[in-house]
Design a binder for this molecule. Structure first.
Ligand SMILES: Cc1cc2nc3c(=O)[nH]c(=O)nc-3n(C[C@H](O)[C@H](O)[C@H](O)COP(=O)(O)OP(=O)(O)OC[C@H]3O[C@@H](n4cnc5c(N)ncnc54)[C@H](O)[C@@H]3O)c2cc1C
Length: 482
């Protein structure tokens, strides 16, 4: 996603008042009774068509719920003011980070979308932590931190996501096997609760709020600033691509590599082959600065049928898929993604069954399959399967050329795959194009559901925040226009 176009910012007409009877925002203040002036803003609240259309769009291009206004905050106080205003007048509010959701999760039908790209300052970089605004992209943080020889311990595969959007989901990557998710590497948050209170929270202070918000899908508070962990960064990455004939060979090799933690980074892919099938690839990364990794030790016992080794500057490795994603995004294709967490005990069965029907076209090209250690996933809102190891299975589907019926077919397949995964104890990594009713969400949270509802009642009692997730009430998808 490109950075906010400054010309658009300057050209848009700013809102000055609100009509509570019609729920419409006004760009002039009429002297008639009823309209109320909006609070002072350091940034801008706009209603122009381009801004509303963008806020009703995301990476998935499947759901289009149009807000009535977009806030481009000039300060944290703007977020406080608009959330309080929304409470007073019964409006909904959703933050849109980089809009890389796939099913309207960052949209607010007839509400207000906060475009966090204008809150994008990196406040400080220390050897062990960075303090950043919510709208900072990981790409900018990684680039700035690496200039000081440090980096986040875990990053997502794609760095064009916002810090706030990722912390709302969880943030998994190939280094999660050693460090947990990105939310496990978050030290402190500054948030604006659903009632409009600005609160600093951490594991030692306002812990309930901290734990509600991390992986909290935007339900309890708006993250405005985060302190995230950094560690010393290597200069280089050596990346081993090990190929296997069967998916079960891949998972067996991944289990071996996960068990002894030999790689700094461990992922895996289903890669399309010329005969419309898949090759199965373990991707292992070893970081180094001066001493070269021991190739023999790293591949010992993994028995691949093919092996490829490449050295890359560490930044190039972390940023390896940025350009590809930007190219795909420019095509504006419907992207009915599904990401699920599958217990180790069921992954071979689920993957083998899936491969009896999955084509590379339906998978959207490369699919992801890799394991991680559950013991390092400590934030209670992130629902992961029982057992010491679980796998991420991700079908990054794209419908090309765009076709509504085809998109619906793939979403129905997502629903069916999720049902199968749930039946074997798997969970939803909630960034997907799935039909989820409030009952499905209750099942998703399981025993944790009462705590989730209690946190909603406590921090967002008027149900202002993030309606697009559809967790707490039926959310109309009526305006869906693929
Ligand atoms: C190409 C691509 C690659 C990806 N790779 C990975 C990966 O490797 N690992 C991984 O874990 N995930 C990955 N994801 C999923 C991604 O982490 C989530 O979809 C994430 O939420 C997107 O961040 P965003 O800034 O675009 O958020 P948005 O789509 O803008 O928002 C996502 C949700 O978070 C809420 N939200 C956003 N900002 C805030 C805030 N400041 N406070 C409260 N709520 C907020 C929104 O309202 C919405 O509900 C990928 C997605 C894409 C499209």
């Amino acid at each position: 996603m490109t950075q906010l176009d400054r010309r658009t910012f300057l050209a848009s007409a700013a809102v000055v008042a609100f009509d509570p009877v019609t729920s419409h925002w006004l760009t002039s203040y009429p002297e008639n009774a009823g309209a109320v002036r909006i609070p002072h803003l350091d940034g801008e609240l706009v209603t122009d068509d381009a801004s509303l259309t963008e806020a009703a769009t995301d990476y998935g291009h499947l759901v289009h719920n149009r807000p009535r206004a977009v806030l481009r905050p000039g300060s944290v106080n703007d977020v406080v003011a608009v959330v309080r205003f929304a409470n007073e007048y019964g409006l909904t509010v959703a933050v849109r980070g980089q809009g890389h959701s796939t099913f309207g999760q960052a949209q607010a039908d007839c509400g207000v979308v906060i475009d966090s790209r204008t809150l994008a300052t990196i406040h400080s970089i220390a050897p062990d932590r960075a303090v950043v605004d919510t709208g900072v992209q990981w790409l900018d943080l990684v680039r700035t931190a690496l200039a000081d020889g440090v980096a986040p311990p875990v990053t997502t595969d794609y760095l064009g996501l916002s810090v706030g959007g990722t912390l709302s989901a969880g943030g998994i990557g190939g280094a999660s096997q050693h460090h947990g998710l990105i939310v496990d590497n978050t030290i402190e948050l500054e948030v604006v609760t659903g009632e409009g209170h600005l609160v600093t929270c951490s594991a030692d202070h306002e812990r309930d709020l901290f734990e509600a918000v991390l992986g909290g899908l935007g339900q309890f508070a708006v993250i405005v600033r985060a302190t995230v962990r950094l560690e010393a960064a290597p200069a280089m990455a050596r990346v081993y691509t090990l190929t296997y004939p069967q998916v079960t060979d891949l998972t067996a090799a991944q289990r071996t590599a996960l068990a002894d933690g030999r790689f700094d980074y461990l992922e895996g892919q289903l890669v399309p082959t010329d005969d419309d099938g898949f090759a199965f690839v373990l991707e292992g990364g070893a970081w180094f600065t001066s001493e070269l990794p021991d190739d023999d030790a790293l591949v010992a016992g993994l028995a691949p049928s093919g092996i490829d080794v490449v050295d890359l500057p560490f930044f190039d490795w972390l940023n390896r898929i940025y350009e590809t994603v930007e190219q795909v995004e420019a095509l504006r294709l419907p992207c009915p993604w599904i990401n699920v967490f599958v217990p180790d005990t069921a992954v071979d069965q689920i993957a083998t069954e899936l491969l009896t029907t999955l084509t590379p076209a339906d998978a959207g090209g490369v699919a992801l399959l890799y394991p991680t250690n559950r013991s390092l996933v400590s934030r209670p809102q992130v629902m992961v399967p029982e057992g010491p190891v679980f796998f991420l299975l991700a079908l990054l589907r794209a419908v090309s050329p765009p076709d509504d019926a085809e998109a619906e077919r793939l979403i129905a397949e997502n629903d069916a795959l999720y049902a199968k995964v749930r039946a074997v104890g798997g969970t939803n990594y909630p960034v997907n194009a799935l039909h989820l009713s409030p009952a499905d969400w209750r099942a998703h949270y399981g025993d944790r559901w009462p705590a989730v509802r209690k946190a909603k009642d406590r921090y967002d009692p008027r149900r202002v925040l993030t309606p697009g997730q559809g967790i707490f009430e039926e959310v109309s998808r009526a305006s869906r226009t693929p």
